[in-house]
Design a protein around this ligand. Sequence first.
Ligand SMILES: Cc1cc2nc3c(=O)[nH]c(=O)nc-3n(C[C@H](O)[C@H](O)[C@H](O)COP(=O)(O)O)c2cc1C
Length: 323
Amino acid sequence: MSLLPISPDSPWLAPLAGYSDLPFRMLCRRRGCATACTEMVSIKGLKYDGKGTKALLATCDEDNPLVVQLFGGEPQDYFLTMPQLVDEGYSFFDLNAGCPVKKVLKTGGGSALHLDPDRLVATAQAMVAVAGEGRVGVKIRLGFMNGEDNFLEIAKRLEDIGAAWITMHPRYGKQMFSGTADWSKLAELKRNISIPVIGSGDLFTAEAAIECIRQTGIDGIMFARGALYDPAIFSRYLKLLGNPSCVDLPPFDLGKTMEEHILMTREFDGSNRSFRKIRSILPRYAKGMDGIRAIRSELTACQNWDELLDKARNVSKLTMNRC
Ligand SMILES: Cc1cc2nc3c(=O)[nH]c(=O)nc-3n(C[C@H](O)[C@H](O)[C@H](O)COP(=O)(O)O)c2cc1C
């Protein structure tokens, strides 16, 4: 049984490499995100590299509940390195068995694990042995090669070894992000296992997430790209579900969203590196809006935190429409 809230009215923030860092997670939590995942973290990187990889695990008391997503396809690495994470207070973990990028496939991890279900299951089993039951989930795809599904076989085995939830992005590894997510496979998964199923894939709007749950009967959803463009997707979704507690949640306001993201980023890490990262990330909030080019060039020309804040506050005064 999962020790985390997994239900339609507890939307999750997906693991998003390069994006789901501490400030972004907090931005989403303030808008109704119930559980957030870290960016994927290399289990080998934790062992050998330390500092850079450790930075991905930055958190704070309010960043809770937090799921640490790990990648790497060798069970012994988890036995060796995860106990330290548990000692440091991290409680929930997710195995990345879905990522299709080369850097991850080379480790035998991500969606490459679909090619070796025994190793996938052994890796998850190692994680459950270290973290305890109720604390480990696995994020899978339909299979690795297009048309070669093995998600059901894998999910049933994961249920047997004590995985607490399965998240599925219903595309194949080889497919990367092309085509559309096949939600009917989420329904098939839900019908065949008894642990909670979280759906991911093409949830770009609050309405799409509601529809996905309606069509498939899955237990919960996870916002990914939808939240990157607009973290207020969480509050809109909760409002649509009729949740009275989200009346006070902030609606989307481009300038205010940028300003809040800048302030939180500076608070958690005021380094130059962090400044350059947030400066490059902000324009995505204006994706599809008229005037995005001008906003992007103004933001990327900023040389320090105060200039960036000024620009964001100016954007607040503009009325922006998504085309
Ligand atoms: C920029 C980006 C980074 C991602 N990073 C991860 C990751 O670290 N781990 C993971 O399991 N999935 C990762 N994903 C996949 C998402 O978590 C999600 O499953 C996928 O985007 C499908 O959902 P969507 O269509 O609603 O965006 C990433 C996706 C994007 C676009």
